[in-house]
Design a protein around this ligand. Structure first.
Ligand code: FES
Length: 207
């Protein structure tokens, strides 16, 4: 679905920050994700119209950056690092344990729509290998049992403290809140904290 009337006003607010409308492309794609959980074809067409770009131009950017999703994600996105340090210390086993528990291949979401699991490249916390990230927070030196315990809590809508929880650290309550903040709109509205866009039918293929 494209942006709602309310978020169209937010989009214009974002566009007004730049000397050229097209410069607001990345913030608008994040806003789309905050609303829908992913960048849909209808959303691409709408953003193209708003910015005076072609759908191909918007689509090229949306498919270039891995932080933009092609299908809805769960309330929590668990990203397991698969780069060398983490792989040598067991990240493959963690990913396998999580996909089996969640009943979905990598890139998919569990049937409740709560947790998406994926593999990513280096999370820049190699000294804590193996690392998994939940939305914006790192959980380090995990073994498969600890990773499974983390996911069980996420499925119960509980977020345990990350490994290095600095004072003032922001733990986003949902992937939708994270995308709202990345759009540059500041604190997310309360309703986004409970947003769950994915469902059982979205649990296959790439997130
Ligand atoms: S290799 Fe996994 S965080 Fe760098």
């Amino acid at each position: 679905m494209p942006l709602s009337e309310k978020n169209l006003a937010r989009a214009e607010e974002l566009i007004a920050r730049y000397p050229q409308r097209r410069s607001a492309l990345l913030p608008l794609l994040f806003l789309l994700q905050a609303e829908d959980g992913y960048v849909s074809p209808a959303g691409v067409a709408q953003v193209a119209g708003l910015l005076g770009l072609t759908k191909a131009e918007v689509g090229a950017v949306a498919t270039f950056y891995t932080m933009f999703r092609r299908r809805p994600v769960g309330k929590y996105v668990v990203s397991v690092c698969r780069t060398l340090s983490c792989q040598l210390r067991g990240s493959r086993e963690i990913a396998a344990a999580l996909t089996e528990r969640l009943g979905t291949p990598l890139g998919g979401t569990d049937p409740s729509g709560m947790v998406t699991v994926e593999e990513v490249e280096c999370l820049a916390a190699c000294d804590g290998a193996p690392v998994a990230q939940v939305n914006t927070e790192n959980y380090e030196r995990l073994d498969p049992d600890q990773a499974l315990a983390l996911v069980e809590r996420l499925l119960r809508d509980e977020v345990p403290p990350p490994t290095l929880a600095a004072e003032g650290a922001v733990t986003e309550p949902s992937s939708a809140c994270l995308h709202w903040r990345l759009a540059g709109l500041g604190d997310p509205p309360p309703e986004l904290a409970t947003a769950r866009h994915a469902n059982a039918n979205d649990g296959e293929g790439q997130a």
